[in-house]
Structures are given as C-alpha cells and as structure tokens.
Unconditional design. Structure first.
Lengths: 159, 401
C-alpha cells in the first residue's frame, strides 16, 4: 500500500490504472486505498509545485518567527489556530528552540507582508514578539531543485 | 615491407596478437557510434542507473579531495574500506571474511572478473557459463587463455542455467562455473534451491564457482541468494561485487572480490603489477556508501520496481513475449514476431523511431531473437519508448506475411 502513495507523492497526476501497473495492486484496490486516504485526510490535496518567478509573477515570502506565551489547557494550539486561519499564513509549525511558531507567509509585495505581520500577527494576545525574515531566493521546494538540475550525463549505450 | 605514400607505414604483418585478433568486438560498441550522431533518441540501451550517485557519497568524496587524499592506497585497497566491507558481508549475508587476506578492492567488477580468470586458468582450461550472458564473460576467459563453454538458456526456463545442463558439459578440463545472477542482459534470477544444485555439482566435480553479484541488491519480490552462503561454498566461491549498480556509482569504478586467502592472494599478485590500486577518490566514496546505509538504495530499488512493471506490461501489451525479470534493470523481450534478427530490429527501431535497445545477439547466440531494454530511465521516457516500439512492431507485424 505504501507503494501507491509513494508513486502518487512523486506524480499526483498518475491514474489508478498507471499506479496499478507500477505496483501490481489491482485497479480497484488502488482506487479504494486512495479514496480512503482522501477521506482520512492522509492525502490532503493534489497540487503543482510552481516556480512563480519563472512565470514572471511577483511573489514575496517571509519566514516569521513568533514567540508566544502558551496558555493553560490549550498550550500552543489556540494561538496557532488563530494564526493559521489567516490565508496569508501558508505553513505554520511549532518549533523547538529560541522561538515557538514558525510561520511561512506569502504576499504580493513586501508591504503586504509587513502589514500582515505588524497589524495582524504581532498584536495578537499572547504573542510576545516576532522576527521577520524575507526569503531572498528559493533553491529547493518540496524536494524539487528549482534551478539547474543535474541532467543526465551518461552515454546512450553502455554494456 | 611496402610503404605507402602517406606518413603511414603499411606493415607487412599484423603486430596484434592472435588472441586479440580473434576476439570478436563487443556487439554493444558497434551500436554506439550510430546513436552518437542522432538527436531525440530515447535510450533503453544503457547498462547503468539514471540516478546520479547519492549526494552524501559525492560530498564525502569531494571532502576527501579537499583534505588531500590524492595518493596511492595499499594494493589491496584502503584498510578502512576492506573493514567496512567485511562488516557489510557479515551483516548482510552472515559471511565472515578476513579484511587483510580475503578481500581485494578492484577497479570495478570488470577488473575483478579479469583477475579471477587470470589467477585460476591454465591454457585450455574450460569455464562454463550461461548464454546469453554479459559480454565480458567469454572475452575475459579467452584472454586469460581459457575456453568459454556456453550453456544455452531459454525464455521457457526463464533464462536460468540448470545443474543438468552444466553437468553435461563438464570435462577433464573444466575449472570453474561462471554465473552472474541477477543477470545482465536478461534480468533472470535463480532461486536458492536451484543454486544449491549447482553448488553440489561444484563440490562433486571439484570446480570453482565464480559469482558476479553486482546486481544482487536489485531484486524485486524475491530474495537474492549469495552463492558463498551455500553449504561448503565459502572456500569454493570467488565472489565478485561492486558499487556501480546499487549505489549508482558506475563511473567511480570500484569493485571488490572476496574469496579464500589463496585465491584472493593470487589475484592480488596480478593486481599489484597491473593496476597497483583502485583510485583513492572512488575508495573514499565507497567507504561513505557503506557507512551511509542503504535507505537511498532502497528508494531507488522501489523506483526500479515500478518502472519494471510498467515496461513489462507495456511490452506484453504490444504483443511481444517478455518473461518477468526479477532482478537487475533489464527486460528481455522476444522480437521474433517481427521476423527480424535482433540486430536488424535494433537498427531499424533506432532509425525509424529513435529508440535505442541492444540486440540480444550481442550477448551470445541464444540472445538472438531478443533485445535488451534497460528500464533505468524515467517513467515518461519509458512510456514514450513503449509507444514508439508499439508503432514499430505493429508496422512490421502487418508487413510480415
């Protein structure tokens, strides 16, 4: 079963028929397993990894470190939820170390992100402080190297 | 002695040795020049992974260069590498070999094979091997003064060599049995019970077993049996292996041989005069490969398995009979329904559809009627290649009356 999802994770466009060929698991079994994974939210969604800069689109990303005061009974969960409900927060992680929440924020301009951090994030109750790091360049995204992959250098025929 | 007008002096006779003169050229190389001149070719003609060596291994080699590891090593190979190998053989196969006397690091399995032949063969000694087989097997035996004795293997028997077929070819001059499973070019695997029968033959007739297990890690849904693990075979086996295939390290040229102290010693003697040692960069990389463990190897194996299923089903859907390969990264479909020889098939397929495969006849007489398709290529490439092969076969099947 793991094989099904490993194949899908590499290429979400594979059809159940293709996956069945690759894994030797019947088409019906594959369909069932995928459906169940979708229902259980083991598969969250299918998406493309897009290099927006190549498409000429301006997009700004920032990693915002957030230091918060955990609350009795709910720990970090309540404040994390307050933050992840903002669509600008694209990923939210609880991290060990000098800060608590790592928030990846995306926006059209630096200004947009600055406003989000200063007017939405920072003033939240229990947020003690934020440090905003603007992303200067993306090298690798979701396991994919964005520029200058390695290419195949082998000869066309070898023993 | 006659002289031509050009600067070339025409020699009255060939200075090339008879042994080399009579050696047939590799059927694979012939093909190579043809392809080099073409564009847009999808190649299923390779014998190596399409993965680049895992970064962790490359990074360790780069670091070793920065630290100045650029000199000769011990003839036998770096002690650390031999020790790591001894540990690996112990943990993977339960085999215990002495890193000081029973392990030799070579320049790929190719050198190990050559050394093994030169170390054991007297002129006229016979070595039994399957047909089709890897191109270097008969050549190395012949170059070492021996006589290759080819045992036909067939698709009906999944290209496995059998103990009975071997036994019927044993003579007073038989010195060794040379096998390499999982096999290049067929992808065949021989199950343990049948290997035991071959091992018993070796014992009964007092023969050596030379086992090329470079594809040993690349098996799908079956267990690989290392020949040296069979009862009483440790002393009788010359085990050849290397890093090229499983770790995607073909260009590093690091192989190894493990055998008894006597045989490894004899091979080391030749190696020290002819090769001195394997490259230190490659050896440093190999140490890292062994230490890094095989999680990346396992993920490559799972990827090969997916491609294997796609190509075998695709070839069968086209109407070509293709036995199920259980190891290596080759499919070996029969192209007999086209009525062409395998060389014709490969050449026409290349010209008309720009797909490169290797004619089975390059691997021996009994490879005729088959082509080797390497599935160490990306899935989209495999799918496109299958489409083109399908078109091609359809065209010629129809034309055939």
């Amino acid at each position: 079963m793991k094989q099904i999802f490993e194949a899908l994770e590499k290429d979400a466009r594979l059809t159940p028929e293709q996956i069945s060929t690759m894994t030797g698991i019947s088409v019906n079994e594959v369909k069932k397993a995928i459906k169940k994974a979708e229902q259980d939210r083991a598969i969250l969604k299918y998406k493309a990894v897009v290099d927006w800069t190549k498409l000429g689109e301006e997009q700004v990303w920032a990693l915002v470190e957030v230091k918060v005061v955990p609350q009795r009974g709910v720990g970090f969960d309540a404040i994390a939820e307050r933050i992840y409900r903002f669509p600008q927060a694209r990923s939210v992680y609880l991290a060990s170390g000098t800060y608590d929440l790592a928030v990846l924020v995306a926006g059209k301009t630096m200004q947009e992100i600055a406003i989000f951090v200063s007017e939405k994030l920072a003033p939240l109750e229990t947020v003690q402080g934020t440090v905003t790091h603007f992303i200067l360049k993306k090298y690798k995204e979701d396991g994919e190297i964005l520029e200058g992959g390695e290419g195949i250098k082998r000869l066309p025929v070898t023993p | 002695m006659s002289k031509s007008k050009s600067s070339h002096i025409k020699l009255a006779y060939s200075y090339i040795s008879e042994k080399v003169n009579t050696l047939p050229p590799s059927g694979i190389r012939k093909f190579f020049d043809l392809i080099a001149s073409m564009e847009g070719v999808i190649s299923l003609g390779v014998g190596e992974p399409d993965f680049v060596t895992p970064w962790q291994i490359r990074e360790a080699a780069i670091y070793s260069l920065e630290k100045g590891y650029t000199m000769y090593t011990s003839n036998k190979g770096m002690p650390e590498l031999r020790e790591e190998l001894a540990k690996y053989l112990q943990s993977r196969h339960g085999l215990s070999y002495d890193p000081d006397n029973e392990i030799l690091i070579t320049v790929g399995v190719s050198e190990a094979l050559d050394l093994a032949m030169r170390a054991i063969l007297n002129p006229g000694d016979e070595v039994i091997m399957p047909d089709p087989c890897y191109v270097a097997y008969p050549a190395c035996v012949a170059l070492a003064g021996g006589v290759p004795i080819l045992v036909p293997t067939t698709e009906e028997n999944s290209f496995k060599i059998t103990a009975d077929d071997i036994e019927s070819r044993i003579t007073q001059r038989t010195k060794a049995i040379l096998i390499g499973y999982p096999a290049n070019p067929t992808g065949a695997v021989v199950p343990k019970e049948e290997l035991i029968q071959i091992a018993e033959l070796a014992k009964r007739y007092n023969l050596l077993l030379i086992s090329d297990e470079v594809y040993g890690q690349l098996v799908y849904g079956v267990e690989h049996t290392c020949l040296a693990t069979l009862p009483e075979m440790r002393e009788r086996t010359i085990l050849l292996n290397g890093f090229s295939k499983a770790y995607a390290m073909t260009g590093w040229r690091i192989g190894y041989v493990v055998s008894s102290k006597d045989i490894t010693g004899a091979m080391t003697k030749i190696h020290q005069y002819t090769m001195l040692c394997a490259s230190i960069m490659g050896q440093m990389a190999a140490i890292e490969a062994l230490k890094a463990g095989d999680s990346e190897v396992q993920s490559m194996i799972r990827e090969y398995d997916r491609r294997r299923r796609v190509i075998v089903k695709g070839l069968r859907d086209i109407g070509l009979s293709c036995f199920e390969p259980k190891g290596a990264f080759y499919a070996f479909p029969s192209i007999k329904i086209t009525g062409m020889t395998s060389e014709e098939f490969a050449e026409k397929l290349l010209w008309e559809e720009k797909v490169a495969v290797v004619p089975g006849s390059a691997f021996g007489q009994y490879g005729e009627g088959y082509v080797r398709c390497c599935y160490a290529a990306s899935l989209p490439e495999i799918e496109e290649a299958l489409k083109r092969i399908g078109r091609f076969v359809e065209r010629y099947r129809r034309n055939k009356v």
